[in-house]
Design a protein around this ligand. Structure first.
Ligand SMILES: Cc1cc2nc3c(=O)[nH]c(=O)nc-3n(C[C@H](O)[C@H](O)[C@H](O)COP(=O)(O)OP(=O)(O)OC[C@H]3O[C@@H](n4cnc5c(N)ncnc54)[C@H](O)[C@@H]3O)c2cc1C
Length: 229
């Protein structure tokens, strides 16, 4: 469900440099703001505004007392401003939610496939699983250009605590498409899972088609496409 035409004020708490390429903006959690792991927000600056703002998955979990969005550093006017926000600065959410049911379900095991910053909604899901000791089987396949996997320390901690979580990290920089697909296929043990794919549009589309070509039912695939990066 998507909550449209809202204006929920956000106060920046911290700008956190997560690694050499990625930054998170941490906000105080507005009173009574509820969301589900996997949801996104449309966020904008309260003072200047930026043509309806931009969409970011919440990388924080509903079990946490703060909200966070995480992004690759960029060059657009919006990103330049986002990369320099100060504690106390006001932003706002103009809509939020999730239109394609990008939420973990209890009934089946799940395979989460992240491309780069596509890890953001999965961090939210896995943190919630960890905090609530959820026993579903979840396999995260995390593709990234280099070996600086965002949130790796936390992910490893949650994996150690919950044996039902497994994680595979794949560095794609020198991996040709065929080799990447072969590897992906070898990691997916059978096709009867729920599949979730998040990341840049091309990666999401290619992976979705690849899964369908290999027998996965389209109804079992949910995508979170971040657009052209
Ligand atoms: C449902 C949904 C969820 C999303 N969730 C997230 C999320 O969690 N995190 C996230 O980051 N994005 C997310 N996005 C994408 C986000 O909305 C922006 O589109 C994205 O961050 C790109 O930002 P930007 O256009 O402001 O600019 P930039 O990142 O500045 O990119 C603008 C252009 O410049 C290029 N560029 C960037 N850096 C450089 C450089 N150093 N040198 C040369 N060229 C460069 C880019 O490739 C791009 O073509 C999501 C989108 C959707 C629809």
């Amino acid at each position: 469900m998507v909550f449209k035409d809202v204006r929920i004020e956000l106060t920046v708490k911290q700008l956190r440099q997560d690694n050499s390429e990625c930054t998170s903006v941490v906000f105080e959690r507005p009173i009574n703001f509820n969301y589900q792991a996997g949801d996104w927000i449309d966020v904008d600056f309260a003072d200047t505004g930026y043509m309806g703002g931009k969409t970011y998955s919440l990388s924080s979990s509903p079990t946490e007392s703060e909200l966070a969005i995480s992004f690759r550093e960029g060059i657009s006017p919006f990103k330049r401003k986002l990369q320099t926000v100060q504690p106390g600065e006001k932003m706002y959410i103009s809509q939020y939610g999730n239109d394609y049911g990008f939420h973990l379900r209890d009934n089946k095991s799940s395979v989460l496939i992240a491309g780069g910053i596509g890890i953001a909604p999965f961090r939210s899901m896995l943190k919630e699983m960890f905090d609530m000791s959820v026993k579903n089987d979840v396999q995260l396949i995390y593709l990234n250009k280099g070996d600086n996997f965002l949130f790796k320390d936390e992910l490893e901690e949650w994996k150690r605590a919950l044996p039902n979580i497994s994680i595979e990290y794949i560095v794609t920089k020198e991996l040709k498409r065929k080799a990447r697909e072969k590897l992906l296929l070898s990691l997916i043990k059978d096709i009867t899972h729920n599949y979730y794919i998040a990341g840049p549009e091309a990666m999401v589309e290619n992976t979705e088609h690849f899964l369908i070509d290999n027998g996965v039912n389209i109804k079992d695939i949910r995508i979170d496409s971040f657009g052209t990066y």
